[in-house]
Design a protein around this ligand. Sequence first.
Ligand code: URA
Length: 227
Amino acid sequence: MRIFEQNSFYMIHVLGHNHSIIQQFITEIRDKEVQKDRMRFRRNMERMGECIAYEISKQLTYKMKDVETPLGMASCWQLDEDVVLGTILRAGLPLHYGMLNVFDKADNAIISAYRKHSSEVDFEIEIEYMSSPSLEGKTLILSDPMLATGMSMVSAYKVLTVQRGQPSKIHVVSVVASEQGLEYVRKYLPQNVEYWIVVLDPEMNAKSYIVPGIGDAGDLSFGEKLE
Ligand code: URA
């Protein structure tokens, strides 16, 4: 999907719109019966990361390299971008590992973000931990399985780029996004960001969980936590 707005293009890829095995993965990820198998949930998120990373790889640049095979020389291609994979703890880990299976030489940026509640429904995003290489001139692929309000993604992006420099290309990845969250990130992130989303859901509940969504992606991967 390409959205034209105020003389600029936003690239939003909604991968679940096309018929592919991604649709079966998201069906299982959403299904509360299948979700009872925590290992399968994590593995489906990882497989989703592999598929999304492969789709992103089609947009990257490659350079020629001559390779010696046992029988002769072959002109081949290799990735010509410094990819940094970034993700948000803790829900992002299985998706991140999937992307790392594809971009196996990538450096990694890990950042924590959690909702600090002042009431049942009100919260701010707190970031307490970040580890990242320099992002200057690199290709940053920043993932979070759930783009609900969009606030975690924007906070993570700001902390990373203020402290580690400006990437030349930015890809934002989410498995499930709310329409409101997508609007929010498009407002606060640079215009050259490319978005990779599997499904776009219409609403959020009072606690800012995506509906129908999948539930709490962190709990489904790693178990419930004490608040
Ligand atoms: N985080 C989740 O894990 N799920 C949501 O629906 C929203 C935020």
